[in-house]
Ligand binder design. Structure first.
Ligand SMILES: O=c1ccn([C@H]2C[C@H](O)[C@@H](CO)O2)c(=O)[nH]1
Ligand SMILES: [Zn+2]
Length: 132
């Protein structure tokens, strides 16, 4: 599974987005160390704060199936620039993915921004901060 294939998986995941409110479809694809791909889309709700982003859908699917180590995450939306994950997703990604894991932020035009998890959220609040 190379970068291009993972991005294609994210594009296909985007089609399942449930977005009656924003009409903004997002897709994500997470590659595990074992070579499995977990796909996610954003799922909205009439109680707006319950909306779940594509990135967290993919990550929670993988983690809840026992896959805890990841190689890369691709995210795609129909944006001008490569889609920037929201703050909540940056926080969750920072906790569950290694600091050096690759993240491919993309759009439907084919622009790709390749960054690491640590670059996504410098200075993230972390589990270590909970202890003295
Ligand atoms: O990186 C992002 C940014 C936004 N959204 C979703 C949340 C909401 O459903 C819609 C508009 O914010 O897009 C994602 O899934 N991922
Ligand atoms: Zn998000």
């Amino acid at each position: 599974m190379d970068k291009k294939q993972l991005i294609e998986e994210a594009i296909s995941a985007r089609e399942y987005a449930y977005v009656p409110y924003s009409k903004f479809k997002v897709g994500a694809a997470l590659l595990t160390d074992e070579g499995e791909v977990f796909k996610g889309c954003n799922i909205e709700n009439a109680a707006y704060s319950m909306c779940n982003c594509a990135e967290r859908t993919a990550l929670f699917k993988a983690y809840s199936e026992g896959y805890k180590n990841y190689k890369a995450l691709a995210v795609v939306a129909d944006t001008e620039r490569p889609v920037p994950p929201c703050g909540a997703c940056r926080q969750v990604i920072s906790e569950l993915c290694g600091p050096d894991m690759k993240v491919f932020l993309t759009n439907l035009k084919g622009d790709i921004q390749e960054i690491s998890v640590s670059e996504l959220l410098p200075g993230a609040f972390s589990p270590e901060d909970l202890h003295e």
